[in-house]
Write a protein that binds this ligand. Structure first.
Ligand code: PGA
Length: 247
């Protein structure tokens, strides 16, 4: 039986004051059985890490460098993230892929660096609306997953979490139906299962894209949906906690 992970991706939102309030409110709430994680902007990681000490809420980053140290202006290394208290690192978010042109190969290298350093990468996969409408969802998601599988093998997948995030559902309010999401989750698990059924049965596959307190329960009840990567709704403690309680 896989456990459920509800991770909040705060993206580039908030201020020192607002994130302190958000963490205080999340810590004060009851979360039920799900593992919670929050992924604040990098500059707030140390602060939030300190505030989460002694709590069950995990800390994650929104990205991680594919190199261990050196002349990589603007990047943050896995070791630095660990020092800040991170246990998770999002990699390959669609905003990184589309706005900052991160390739499948770069995302795979970031993933591998996280694994090598003892962080749990959350690997984001997902198709655009155009790709869905042209019927290539599985080949796009499959290609993004293969970038990690072919270079680092199925053992690397065993050490991470996958997040299926259809690009057309991110921040749009247009959530995938539970059936649409389940079909892709099943495809992803099936692809891993063809290489190693034990890894496939254990790996957590989260759904992301306009998940909110109103649609979470139905999405999370699907056989292959093991949690959520939550953007907008994770910025309100009440909504984030309500999603966790829907598990
Ligand atoms: P959203 O974002 O919940 O605001 O759609 C999800 C994500 O980008 O991870």
């Amino acid at each position: 039986m896989r456990s459920t992970l509800i991770a909040g991706n705060w993206k580039m939102n908030g201020s020192l004051q607002s994130i302190i309030q958000l963490i205080e409110s999340i810590k004060a709430g009851g979360v039920g059985s799900a593992q919670l994680a929050v992924c604040p902007p990098a500059v707030y990681l140390m602060k939030v890490g300190g505030m989460l000490e002694g709590s069950d809420i995990a800390l994650g980053s929104q990205n991680v460098c594919d190199q261990s140290s050196g002349a990589y202006t603007g990047e943050v290394s896995a070791q630095m993230l660990k020092e800040a208290g991170c246990s998770y690192a999002i990699v390959g978010h669609s905003e990184r892929r589309s706005l900052y042109l991160e390739s499948d190969a770069l995302v795979a290298n970031r993933y591998a660096m996280a694994v090598e350093s003892g962080l749990v990468p959350i690997l984001c996969l997902g198709e655009t609306l155009e790709e869905r409408q042209s019927g290539v969802t599985e080949s796009v998601v499959g290609r993004q997953l293969d970038a990690v599988l072919e270079k680092f093998g199925v053992d690397a997948i065993a050490k991470g979490v996958i997040a299926y995030e259809p690009v057309w559902a991110i921040g749009t309010g247009q959530v995938a139906t539970p059936e649409q999401a389940q079909m892709v989750h099943e495809f992803i698990r099936g692809k891993i299962s063809a290489l190693n059924s034990d890894v496939a049965s254990k790996v957590q596959i989260l759904y992301g894209g306009s998940m909110n307190p109103g649609n979470a329960a139905e999405l999370l009840s699907q056989a292959d949906i093991d949690g959520g990567l939550i953007g907008g709704a994770s910025l309100k403690a009440a909504d984030f906690l309500a999603i966790a309680q829907a598990v």
